[in-house]
Design a protein around this ligand. Structure first.
Ligand code: ADP
Ligand code: MG
Length: 224
C-alpha cells in the first residue's frame, strides 16, 4: 500500500502583481515503510512540497493521499487532528520550547493528544535516541546534534506512520550530521515508519532507496 500519493500537485503563491509558480504538476508515490530523499536547488520548492505532504499547506491544484486517505477534502480542524496522529516533522531548526526540559518537550505532543503514559513513552523514545541522560536539561544546555536528537524523539513519540524531515542536518557539522543520519536510519529500521527526507547532501541521500530531484517545478525520479 502507498503511504503517500500525490497527483498533479501545483502550488502557486500569490504576490503583488503576479504568482510565484513553485510546483507545476508533481506526482509522487511512496510505499508504506519506504524511505526516499528529495534533493534540489535552493528555492526549488522542497519545503513547499514537504508541507503539502504534511498537510500544513494546501496545494493550488491536485490531490494528496496520506495513508490511503484523501486529505484535500478535510477541514482545517480535521487536518490538525489527522496530522497529530499520523505525521511527525523534523526541521533544520529544532523548534524545541526553550522554557521546557528535554522530557517535557518530548511529552508535549502526547499531552496535547491527552494520551496516558506520556511520560513513560517519552522516556522510552529518549532512550532510543540516546538522550535519556539529559531528561532535565533545557534545550539551551544541549549541543546542536543533541537538540536534533531530541527533536527527532519528539517527532516520533506519537508513533507516526510518516516522518517528514526537512534538511534536519542543515545546521550541524559533519560529525553530528553523520550521527543523526545513522540514528535516523536505525530508527527507520526499528520502527518501520515511512520517511521522506529533504537534503542537500548527496551522501546522506544515498543512504536511502530512491533519490528524487525537484527542479523547475517538476519532480524526477531517480538519480541514484
Ligand atoms: P526550498 O525549500 O527548495 O528552498 P521553498 O519551498 O522554501 O524552497 O520555496 C520555493 C519558492 O517559493 C521560493 O522561490 C520562495 O521564495 C517561494 N515561496 C515560499 N513560500 C512563499 C510564500 N508564502 N509566498 C510567496 N512565495 C513563497
Ligand atoms: Mg527549504
Amino acid at each position: 500500500m502507498s503511504e503517500v500519493r500525490l497527483e498533479g500537485i501545483k502550488k502557486y503563491y500569490p504576490y503583488p502583481g503576479g504568482l510565484v509558480r513553485v510546483l507545476e504538476g508533481v506526482d509522487l508515490e511512496v510505499k508504506e515503510g519506504e524511505a526516499v530523499s528529495i534533493m534540489g536547488p535552493s528555492g526549488s520548492g522542497k519545503t513547499t512540497l514537504l508541507h503539502i505532504i504534511g498537510t500544513l499547506l494546501r496545494p493550488t491544484q491536485g490531490r494528496v493521499f496520506v495513508g490511503g486517505k484523501e486529505i484535500s477534502s478535510l477541514s482545517d480542524e480535521e487536518l490538525a487532528l489527522f496530522r497529530a496522529h499520523n505525521i511527525g516533522f523534523v526541521f533544520q531548526f529544532h523548534h524545541l520550547l526553550p522554557e521546557f526540559t528535554v522530557l517535557e518537550n518530548v511529552m508535549m505532543p502526547l499531552l496535547i493528544r491527552k494520551e496516558r503514559a506520556a511520560e513513560a513513552k517519552a522516556r522510552r523514545i529518549l532512550e532510543m535516541v540516546g538522550m535519556d541522560h539529559r531528561l532535565a536539561f533545557k534545550p539551551s544546555q544541549l549541543s546542536g546534534g543533541e537538540k536534533q536528537r531530541v527533536a527527532l524523539a519528539r517527532a516520533l513519540v506519537g508513533e507516526p506512520k510518516l516522518l517528514l524531515a526537512d534538511e534536519p542536518t542543515g545546521n550541524l557539522d559533519w560529525d553530528s550530521s553523520h550521527k543523526l543520519i545513522e540514528l535516523l536510519s536505525r530508527l527507520h529500521a526499528q520502527l518501520g515508519f515511512t520517511l521522506i527526507l529533504v537534503t542537500h547532501n548527496r551522501k546522506i541521500a544515498e543512504k536511502w532507496g530512491k533519490i528524487y530531484l525537484l527542479e523547475r517545478g517538476n519532480l524526477r525520479c531517480c538519480t541514484n
